[in-house]
Ligand binder design. Structure first.
Ligand code: ATP
Ligand code: MG
Length: 377
């Protein structure tokens, strides 16, 4: 906040306008700490860049420059209007305009279409404060037009219901139902980012009920999967858990949601955690093979109350590299060349050590190996 005000002061000293806008104003009025503070200004991107020492061109084509100041990043965006939404997605071109009001008019909902001066005066041309008071999400202007311009806004409305515990205004909701199919034009990355936010918000169930009611589920990739019982769901703070919960409830494999283009890391966490929920019992070998993250995620839906961190720490070894003997040792002790037998014996040794049946000590491993190997050979 203070940093944003400093940025505004600098803009004003240079003869430009500058306001805090969008979600930050909404959150401040709700008494919440805003996640990120955006500034709208009459200065053009090049003019913004000339005024601050450290800037990053995060979205310069859209008029946005990230100003780095006091260890914070403030996005400064030139007042803009958007024209020519020919395909229900982003605008074909961005026009810079000279007025704050035009900038606010292109925003999605009245509660997100307010600005604040450096003296904390609120500029609210569309009744955002009243809607905030009544806990209503309402499109700015004509909802049909707004959803035709950018269909993602329909999903954003639904995301905000759970995030803020608000309801969607009737006219806006009816318009969403009528335009639901337009969601098909939206890039999956944008869809996923909103769905991710639904999964981490405090009332996922509320957003999910709206998702169903709005018929967006009919047109979203894998949309029918979202219809599960969300009442027992409690976010663990990661969106990955939401995807995992949904697949687990539906008894489905990861591939059912692969359209959403997960990172390899996220995909692996989900797949491994699903695997864990299918195991009948968890023992040392399980704790050894799965990461704490995977175990914790699976435990959230399997009522496993064990202290997983402790269970993992108590293992004699954490990975193969902790074993006091290696493949070369086994080759030397057996006198045999490398071959498929080696992998088999390394795993035997690993398993016994993990289960605590063989001590992780080179001499003891040697004794065990010499005995057993020759008996089997
Ligand atoms: P949060 O940061 O809590 O997720 P936010 O409202 O700040 O919520 P952002 O995605 O950060 O959401 O967007 C910042 C602001 O930009 C919004 O408050 C809104 O004014 C505007 N905005 C964002 N996306 C759109 C959109 N698709 N159409 C119109 N305006 C938008
Ligand atoms: Mg934001």
């Amino acid at each position: 906040m203070n940093t944003a005000i400093k940025v505004i002061d600098t803009l004003k000293d240079a003869g430009f306008e500058g306001y805090i806008v969008g979600g930050a104003v909404r959150d401040l009025l709700l008494g919440k700490a805003p996640q990120d503070v955006d500034v709208a200004s009459s200065a053009l991107p090049q003019q913004v860049k000339a005024l601050f020492k450290r800037t990053v061109d995060t979205g310069i084509d859209h008029g946005t420059v990230l100003v780095l100041l006091d260890g914070e990043g403030i996005e400064v965006t030139t007042f803009r209007t958007e024209s020519g939404y020919s395909d229900n997605r982003r605008p074909d071109s961005v026009e810079f305009v000279l007025s704050l009001k035009e900038d606010l008019r292109r925003r999605d909902f009245t509660i997100n279409a307010m600005a604040m001066t450096e003296n904390q005066e609120i500029i609210d041309p569309f009744g955002g404060q009243e809607d905030l008071q009544n806990q209503i999400i309402r499109a700015v202007g004509n909802p049909d037009e707004r959803f035709e311009e950018d269909a993602l806004r329909m999903l954003r409305a639904i995301r905000f219901t759970g995030q803020l515990d608000f309801i969607i205004d009737m006219k806006t909701l009816h318009s969403i139902r009528r335009h639901a199919r337009l969601i098909k034009a939206i890039a999956v990355e944008r869809l996923k980012s909103e769905i991710d936010k639904i999964f981490v918000n405090p009332r996922t169930q509320k957003s999910m009920a709206y998702l169903w009611d709005s018929v967006l589920t009919k047109f979203l990739p894998a949309g029918e999967l979202f219809q599960v019982d969300w009442i027992p769901y409690k976010s663990n703070g990661t969106s990955t858990f939401g995807w995992f919960y949904l697949l687990h409830q539906q008894n489905r494999q990861f591939s059912a949601v692969k359209e959403y283009r997960f990172s390899n890391e996220e995909k692996r966490l989900i797949e491994k955690s699903l695997e864990l929920t299918k195991l009948e019992t968890w023992d040392q070998w399980t704790y050894y093979h799965y990461s704490i993250e995977q175990l914790e995620m699976a435990a959230l839906v399997t009522d496993n109350v064990e202290n997983l961190t402790a269970a993992k720490q108590q293992l004699p070894i954490q990975s193969k590299s902790d074993i006091a003997a290696n493949g070369l040792d086994l080759m030397q002790w057996s006198g045999d060349k490398s071959g498929p037998w080696l992998k088999v014996w390394i795993e035997k040794m690993e398993k016994l050590i993990v289960y605590g049946e063989l001590e992780n000590d080179k001499e003891l491993i040697k004794d065990w190996f010499k005995n057993e190997y020759h008996r089997h050979a």
